[in-house]
Write a new protein. Structure first.
Length: 167
């Protein structure tokens, strides 16, 4: 039936049949669990490549989550350099040297200030660009996950939009 609709150039009708076909495959208990899991993920992320908004919403949600995680634990903090002050008193051989270090000051930026940098790193990670920002180990893992999921979700959104435009 779907093939007949496609041959008659009825793309919306063919898309409806495609969606129904995929739903039946996803709910078929005779199919292997792995195949049903893949179909479930395909349905959740893009509605079988028929819902561009769903894929873009997932991408936006993942970018927001990655931004917050990168700002919290993924950005390398700049090394702090502290100067030590030495005071020499007395005369040789009874000299006394006293070192005084300034109180430790945190060079760490507050969380809201790191969000901008983290958002830039997250978007660059989703688009396969290399960030100049130094990342922690956890930050590199987050960026690797973005490099995997970002292009997949963008591709699903492009397929969905292409299908809509073709109709």
């Amino acid at each position: 039936m779907r093939k007949g609709r496609e041959d008659n150039k009825d793309e919306p009708g063919a898309a409806d049949f495609y969606y129904g076909e995929m739903e039946m495959r996803r709910h078929d208990p005779a199919k292997p669990k792995a195949e049903r899991l893949v179909l479930l993920l395909y349905w959740l992320t893009s509605g079988y490549a028929l819902r561009a908004s769903r894929a873009l919403a997932w991408l936006l949600g993942i970018l927001v989550l990655a931004t917050v995680l990168l700002a919290a634990v993924g950005l390398e903090q700049p090394a702090t350099v502290s100067t030590v002050q030495a005071t020499i008193t007395g005369s040789p051989p009874h000299q006394t040297i006293r070192f005084q270090a300034p109180k430790a000051s945190s060079a760490e930026q507050p969380f809201p200030a790191r969000l901008g940098t983290a958002a830039l790193v997250a978007v660059e990670g989703a688009a396969f660009r290399t960030s100049e920002q130094q990342l922690t180990y956890v930050g590199r893992l987050i960026q690797a996950a973005l490099r995997f999921t970002g292009p997949i979700l963008l591709g699903l959104a492009v397929f969905s939009i292409r299908g809509r435009v073709k109709r």
